[in-house]
Design a protein around this ligand. Structure first.
Ligand code: SF4
Length: 226
């Protein structure tokens, strides 16, 4: 069953990046033809819906929806980034290349690894020329993120960049909320700058370092306190 799910997920991705047909064996055909219903209200069925989403005009400029990746067990860690850049759109994965390397270094500085987080974006399709998403695009994509959070049930979220507070804190500006923890029902969300913003503005490194130290403290209180 898990193999079938994984296969369907990969086929959806290949379709999203423009592949019209791939040769498959008889055994795979049989596996795909099995009448196994997808649970209606599951993370997997949500992923299938989101990968085909055309709710806003960003679907016209993307290669594919970037759903996210990482562990899906409840009570874990989650990163919410801004919106896919060109490379993330191309590879269908969050945090590619230099920006991904910096994220890994930022996390390593507080003894954490990217593999410990489910990583996704606040808005799941790239924008024309990498501009920030517009309000109607944010509103269209918000239910996807909220449902993703509902299914994943993370204990602590690290939100990176200017878009997550626009989505999760009713349009608040990052500069007013960074370095602080907010509650979304039972879930704790911590806001700071995005690694790509740090690359363009090295002067904010110290502020980000201080934020990360605070995030580490929250992490220890929530995950390591006996
Ligand atoms: Fe759908 Fe979100 Fe992509 Fe818009 S940005 S098409 S709402 S997945």
């Amino acid at each position: 069953m898990d193999i079938r799910k994984e296969l369907i997920k990969n086929l959806f991705y290949l379709k999203e990046i423009g592949l019209q047909a791939i040769p498959i064996s008889e055994a795979i055909k049989k596996l795909l033809q099995q009448e196994v219903p997808l649970e209606e209200d599951s993370l997997f069925s949500l992923q299938n819906k989101v990968l085909r989403c055309v709710k806003c005009t960003l679907h016209r400029v993307r290669k594919g929806v970037v759903w996210g990746e990482g562990p899906t067990e409840p009570n874990g860690l989650m990163i919410i980034s801004e919106y896919p850049d060109r490379d993330e759109d191309f590879y269908g994965k969050p945090f590619i290349g230099e920006v991904g390397n910096l994220l890994e270094r930022m996390l390593a500085a507080i003894n954490l690894k990217r593999e410990s987080f489910f990583i996704t974006h606040a808005v799941k399709c790239k924008t024309p020329g990498g501009r920030p998403p517009e309000q109607e695009e944010i509103e269209a994509c918000k239910p996807h993120l909220l449902k993703q959070i509902k299914h994943l049930k993370p204990k602590l979220i690290l939100a990176l960049g200017f878009t997550p507070p626009k989505v999760l804190l009713d349009g608040k500006n990052l500069t007013l909320v960074r370095g602080k923890i907010f509650k979304l029902k039972e879930i704790n969300i911590f806001f700071t700058y995005h690694p790509s913003f740090v690359l363009k503005n090295p002067g904010i490194k110290r502020a980000v370092w201080e934020d990360l130290q605070k995030f580490r403290k929250f992490y220890e209180e929530m995950f390591l306190a006996s």
